[in-house]
Write a protein that binds this ligand. Structure first.
Ligand code: SF4
Length: 694
């Protein structure tokens, strides 16, 4: 893979939602040196183990380099014609809802924008969902219920300004390491700063916690509903803020009244003393940030959890001010950018929903009279519909649902039965790629050119420093070529990502008048090549802290309390465990990149199951022996890691390993495809499994 420069290139890490700035410098020997960008406001020069090892993941080993049709190498023209013609034929025969795109938070904003425009603007179906559905859809739904918009109010600096940080369902130490390092440093400088960790597991993030609440799985709703009642009872409220800037408090407080500390302790499995201590700290600490992540989102009650957290911040007026607020941190590098352009099946574009006004506005902007008029199929429903034969053609971009979706074996079967599967990816070895009729080689990190948005709404550039290898092409180019061949030339006359970004910026500002949170009008005419990391909103006046003026994007401008009734404690079937899934420190998703470097695999070389010593003893499972996990969906074989970091009755298995790296390690095959009713996000942290030694 040839460098296109020998000088340092300022770019952005392609892994987690922290969005660290990276300096990449191609070396004469063909390697690339990687360093943190000292001037990037996300990381100020720091990188974690994954970011530091980026240079070791750039080899062409395992890369998909040429278009393929039915396993044979073809020209781009042949591949693109086949994709366009087959999609057109399916639409002609079965209607626009018979086709779908399933994308990824790995796509750049420009790629996402063109894919979303093709599907929703010109094909006329909203069957465009992404793996972001698995990541933070519950936060999106919770934000919209509370704020009227999908707005993350937090800034990273709030984590350093806070006196209390509450980490809920977030192993920041492994999953957002540079943010974790920022907290570690802030806590070292201000020892009075407190950290509370709410997580069934005693993860590495507990190392900086002053209090770890090993809550029962899904007990966090109850914990925050109880907190709301406690704050109200003890008079820790912000009456002026509530009166002028919120609505609906009465109904939420009515529910919370019934949840005294004793009841909370009972349903969460915590001691009354520890619950009381947490409530006391929260009540007495104005500068409180509540950080939440997949442990909150990946739940069948994830949206309610988000609103239970936000309710507590609304009651105390702790939002829109430095050092306080609810703060969703996303898993992927561009989950936020994807949300911004509409990369979920229930969003139209630019944070606009499928309202008649928005459909008309977006249609006029795009010059299309065929804009989708209703939400499309969300991830779990999409693959279920495929399994029923209702999807005739699907295009999967930069993701591996055969391993990452719940009930992954059923997803594999659905793809195997789908009449036409297109996969565009950088890897030629994914399990999803094996189901494809057409495979399209996409550009990878270091070759791509575009933007991503991190968890604090900061847009940063990914810039290329390597030439496109083989016949790989950027995703935006592949999508626009298909759009053109489908007869939509007037919508897809793009020659560069800069043009696409400019169009995206213009759409956010189009007939906005301050009515929508996402407004990038300050970037109109910006020099794309030198665009510095920029946090939105970027209207014509200088950026303000989100909600700092007390204005929310609901019809009456007020934030909404949402009454939350905690779900009953989950009771697994007798003899089964509650299985929790998640990430390890040094691997990313299904390891197509991090699996290339031995340094990262040295941390954990194979999939494992964390099990409490008492449970291991009872089942005669010895440390480092093999364990079979099974349920009605599938089975997996993993290595026993016996540790009291795990709760009794609970197990944890990482989600990264696929058949490529370990036979029988595909853990998401065991997870039931149960979803949250508001966000449709699957409960990836709550499966029932049997465990036995083998
Ligand atoms: Fe990359 Fe996230 Fe690590 Fe930063 S913290 S270097 S964005 S993986």
């Amino acid at each position: 893979n040839q460098p296109v420069t020998s000088t340092v290139v300022r770019t952005t890490c392609p892994y987690c939602g922290v969005g660290c700035g990276v300096l990449a410098t191609p070396q004469p020997d063909g390697s690339v040196s990687i360093a943190g960008d000292p001037d990037h406001p996300a990381n100020f020069g720091r990188l974690c183990s994954k970011g530091s090892a980026l240079g070791e993941t750039l080899s062409l080993d395992g890369r998909l380099l040429y278009p393929e049709s039915d396993g044979a190498r073809v020209t781009w023209d042949q591949a693109l014609d086949r994709v366009a013609n087959t999609f057109k034929q399916a639409i002609a025969d079965y209607g626009p809802d018979s086709v779908a795109i399933y994308g990824s938070g790995q796509l750049l904003t420009e790629d996402y924008y063109v894919a979303n425009k093709l599907m929703k603007g010109f094909i006329g179906s909203a069957n465009m969902d992404t793996n972001s559905r698995l990541c933070m859809a519950s936060s999106v739904a919770g934000h919209k219920r509370a704020f009227g918009s999908d707005t993350v109010p937090g800034n990273y600096e709030d984590l350093e300004l806070a006196d209390l940080i509450v980490l809920v369902g977030s192993n920041l130490g492994w999953c957002h390491p540079v943010l974790y390092q920022r907290i570690v440093r802030a806590k070292a400088e201000r020892p009075n700063m407190r950290v509370v960790l709410i997580d069934p597991r005693r993860t590495v993030s507990a190392d900086i916690a002053d209090l770890h609440l090993a809550v029962q799985s899904d007990g966090d709703s109850a914990l925050f509903v109880g907190l709301l009642g406690y704050l109200a009872r003890t008079g820790i409220t912000a009456p002026d803020f509530m009166e002028n800037h919120t609505s609906g408090a009465e109904a939420a407080l009515l529910v919370a009244e019934d949840w005294p500390v004793s009841r909370i302790a009972e349903v969460t499995g915590l001691s009354e003393k520890s619950v009381q201590l947490f409530y006391d700290w929260f009540a007495k600490t104005e500068k409180t940030v509540t950080v939440y992540s997949q442990g909150v989102n990946q739940s069948s009650s994830g949206t309610d959890k988000v609103n239970a957290i936000i309710n507590c911040h609304l009651l105390t007026g702790r939002i829109g001010r430095p050092g306080m607020g609810p703060f969703s941190v996303t898993g992927q590098p561009n989950a936020m950018g994807g949300r911004e352009v509409g990369g979920l099946a229930n969003i139209l574009a630019a944070h606009m929903d499928f309202t008649p006004d928005a459909i008309d506005r977006v249609g006029r902007f795009w010059g299309s009279d065929n804009v989708a008029t209703k939400p499309g199929l969300k991830a779990v429903d999409l693959f279920a519909a495929m399994g029923r034969g209702e999807i005739k053609a699907v295009w999967i971009m930069a993701t591996n649902p055969v391993d990452s979706m719940p009930e992954a074996d059923a997803v594999r079967a659905a793809l195997a039965a789908c009449p036409f599967v297109v996969v565009s990816d950088i890897s030629d070895r994914t399990d999803t790629g094996r189901t494809a009729h057409v495979r399209l080689p996409a550009a990878g990190w270091g070759e791509k050119d575009g933007t991503v948005t991190n968890s604090e709404r900061r847009i940063s550039r990914q810039r290329p420093f390597l030439a496109l290898p083989g016949e790989a092409r950027p995703d935006w180019w592949i999508i626009k070529e298909v759009g053109n061949r489908m007869g939509f030339e007037h919508g897809f006359a793009y020659f560069s990502p800069a043009e696409i970004f400019a169009e995206h910026v213009a759409l956010t500002a189009f007939e906005n008048h301050g009515s929508r949170d996402l407004d990038l009008s300050g970037l109109v005419g910006v020099d794309y090549a030198s665009l510095p990391p920029t946090q939105w909103p970027v209207r014509h006046k200088p950026a303000a802290r989100m909600f700092g003026d007390g204005h929310f994007f609901t019809p009456d401008g007020k934030a909404r309390f949402v009454p939350v009734l905690p779900p009953p404690p989950f009771a697994p079937l007798p003899g089964t465990f509650i299985l929790n899934t998640g990430r390890v420190r040094d691997h990313w998703h299904t390891m197509t990149r991090t699996g290339k470097t031995p340094r990262l695999s040295a941390h954990y070389a194979e999939p494992f199951v964390e099990i409490h010593p008492a449970d291991a003893d009872r089942l005669n499972i010895r440390p480092a022996t093999l364990v079979q996990l099974s349920n009605r969906h599938a089975s997996a074989v993993v290595r026993a890691l016996v540790t009291d970091r795990q709760r009794r009755g609970h197990l944890f298995v990482p989600m990264h390993w696929t058949d490529q790296f370990a036979s029988n390690g595909r853990i998401d095959a065991l997870v039931t495809a149960k979803v949250d009713p508001f966000s449709a996000q699957p409960a990836l942290k709550m499966a029932e499994v049997h465990a036995e030694p083998i």
